[in-house]
Design a protein around this ligand. Structure first.
Ligand code: NAD
Length: 435
C-alpha cells in the first residue's frame, strides 16, 4: 500500500493543533507558500538530451529563509517533497534556528548517470531555481543521494550566475557560498557537518535516556533495569546518517546488532563494528558476509536479514535511517524495540503511531532526532556570512546545547499535556512559528 507522506504530515499537524490556544491558525500551514516545478534538460554523454523532472518547495519562511535538502531519487514526487519541506519547517522551529522550511527533489536514479552527467544535472537544476534561492531567501543542502561534492557544483553554478549579473568582489563571492550548506570544507563547509545529523541524534538520544531514567533507583523498575545495562540497537540505512549514528552509538558503548542498506541487512548478535563493516562493504561491494566485530569480518557470527526483519528485531532501540513510511499499520504491532529513534524523515506512517503509543514504545520524532544536520548547516551559513571558520569543538558544543535545549522544551510539553513526544515537538514548533 502506498502511503502519501503529505497526508501523514497533515494528520500529525491536525493532532498537534488540538493543543493550541487557537487551532484555526494551522490553516496557513496546510499548504506550502510556493511550489517550483523544474524541468531540467541534460545533455547525456551519448549526445541525447534528457529532461529530468524536479521540484523545489518553499513551505514557510516565518522564522527565516527557507532551508532544506535536495534529494536525487527515482521515486521523488511532489507530495514527498511537500511533506519533507513541511517537516523541515517544523524541524527548524524545534531546533530554534532562524530558518524556515523548504525541500527539493529530482526524479533520477543517480547510479545510472556518469559523474559528468550528474554534474550537468546538478548545475542545470540550480540554473532552474536560481532566482528563488540565496542566503536570505532559500538555502538548500544535501539529502538522499546528494553530498558535499554536488553542493560544491551547485554553489559554483549559483555564484557564477550571480557574478555574471552583478560583478562581485572576491569577498562578496565568498559570502555568497552561504546559499548552500553541506559543502566540503574547501568550498566553505563547516567542520562537523558531514556527521552532524548522526551526532545530533546521539545527543538527543542521550538527553532523552537521562530524562527517562527514574530519579529514584528502584531495582524492580523495568525501565531502570533496561537503562542500566548495555542497550542494543538496530539501524536501517547505511548512508551518511545510518553509518554515523551507528558509529557514534557504538563509540558510546551501545551494542549495534544490525545494520542494512537498500539491498538488505546483516545481523550480528554479539555487536558489529560500523567502521569495519563500511570498509568491508566498500571492498566487496555488498553488506552480505560483512559480519564485522572486534577487528575482523568473516562469514560466521552473523547472518543476512531483510529490511523488514531488521525492523522487528528484539533490540532496545530501533533507528530507521533510510526512507519514509517503513513502520506502518502492518508491522507496528511486531516492533519489539522499546525506543524508536527516527533518524530518517517520516519513517513512521501516522497509523503506526497509535499502535506504538499503545504498546508504550517511545518514538523520538524525526523533527527532533535528525535536526542536528540542519542545525550545523545553519552554523555553516552563519560562518560563511561572517567570513569565519569555527573548530569542530566549537561546532559540536553549539550543536549539543541546541539538541539538549530542544529535548528540554519538548519533554516539558509532553509531560504538561500528557502527550507523546511527536505531538509535543509539533506543539513547541507551532508555538514558535506563530509567535
Ligand atoms: P544516503 O543517501 O547517504 O543513505 C541512504 C541509505 O539508505 C543508503 O544506505 C541506502 O542503501 C539506504 N536505503 C535506500 N533505500 C532503502 C530501503 N528501501 N530500505 C533500506 N535502506 C534503504 O542518505 P542519508 O543522508 O543518510 O539520509 C537518510 C535519511 O535521513 C533520509 O530520510 C534523509 O531525508 C534523512 N536525513 C538526512 C540528513 C543528512 O544530513 N544527510 C539530515 C536529516 C535527515
Amino acid at each position: 500500500m502506498n502511503i502519501n507522506p503529505f497526508e501523514s504530515a497533515m494528520k500529525q499537524l491536525a493532532k498537534a493543533a488540538r493543543y493550541l490556544d487557537d487551532p484555526q491558525k494551522i490553516a496557513l500551514l496546510k499548504q506550502p507558500q510556493r511550489i517550483i516545478n523544474v524541468a531540467t534538460p541534460v545533455r547525456m554523454d551519448d549526445g541525447e538530451i534528457r529532461i529530468f523532472q524536479g521540484y523545489r518547495v518553499q513551505y514557510n519562511n516565518n522564522l527565516g529563509p527557507y532551508k532544506g535538502g535536495i534529494r536525487f531519487h527515482p521515486q521523488v514526487s511532489l507530495d514527498e517533497v511537500m511533506a519533507l519541506s513541511f517537516w523541515m519547517m517544523m524541524k527548524c522551529a524545534v531546533a530554534n534556528i532562524p530558518m524556515g522550511g523548504g525541500k527539493g527533489g529530482v526524479m533520477v536514479d543517480p547510479k545510472t548517470l556518469s559523474v559528468s552527467e550528474l554534474e550537468r544535472l546538478s548545475r542545470g537544476y540550480v540554473r532552474a531555481i536560481a532566482d528563488c534561492i540565496g542566503p536570505d531567501k532559500d538555502v538548500p543542502a544535501p539529502d538522499v543521494n546528494t553530498n558535499g561534492v554536488i553542493m560544491g557544483w551547485m554553489t559554483d553554478e549559483y555564484v557564477r550566475m550571480t557574478n555574471n549579473k552583478y560583478q562581485m568582489t572576491n569577498e562578496e563571492k565568498k559570502k555568497l557560498r552561504a546559499a548552500f550548506t553541506g559543502k566540503l570544507i574547501k568550498d566553505g563547509g563547516s567542520e562537523g557537518r558531514e556527521e552532524a545529523t548522526g551526532k545530533g541524534g546521539l545527543y538527543v538520544l542521550q538527553a532523552i535516556l537521562s530524562k527517562m531514567k527514574p530519579k529514584t533507583q528502584n531495582p524492580k523498575s523495568k525501565i531502570n533495569s533496561t537503562l542500566s545495562r548495555q542497550l542494543t540497537v538496530a539501524v536501517q540505512g547505511f548512508g551518511n546518517v545510518g553509518y554515523n549514528i551507528a558509529k557514534f552509538l557504538r563509540d558510546e558503548g551501545f551494542r549495534v546488532m544490525a545494520i542494512s542498506d537498500s539491498k538488505g541487512g546483516v545481523y550480528v548478535p554479539e555487536g558489529l563494528d560500523p567502521t569495519l563493516t563500511l570498509e568491508c562493504k566498500r571492498k566487496t561491494g555488498t553488506l552480505a558476509g560483512c559480519y564485522c566485530k572486534g577487528s575482523v569480518c568473516d562469514s560466521k557470527g552473523g547472518r543476512r536479514i531483510s529490511n523488514e526483519e531488521l525492523l522487528e528485531l528484539p533490540v532496545d532501540i530501533l533507528v530507521p535511517a533510510a526512507m519514509e513510511n517503513v513502520i506502518t499499520g502492518a508491522n507496528a504491532s511486531r516492533i519489539q524495540a522499546k525506543i524508536v529513534l527516527e533518524m530518517a524523515n517520516g519513517p513512521t506512517a501516522s497509523e503506526a503511531d497509535a499502535t506504538l503509543a499503545n504498546r508504550n514504545i517511545v518514538v523520538i520524532p524525526d523533527i527532533l532526532s535528525n535536526s542536528g544536520g540542519v542545525t550545523v548547516s545553519t552554523l555553516e551559513w552563519e560562518q560563511n556570512l561572517k567570513g569565519q571558520h569555527w573548530t569542530k569543538e566549537e561546532v559540536n558544543t553549539k550543536l549539543k546545547k541546541k539538541m539538549e535545549d530542544a529535548v528540554d522544551s519538548i519533554w516539558e510539553v509532553s509531560k504538561n499535556y500528557k502527550t507523546d513526544l511527536r505531538t509535543a515537538a509539533f506543539v513547541v514548533a507551532l508555538e514558535r512559528i506563530f509567535r
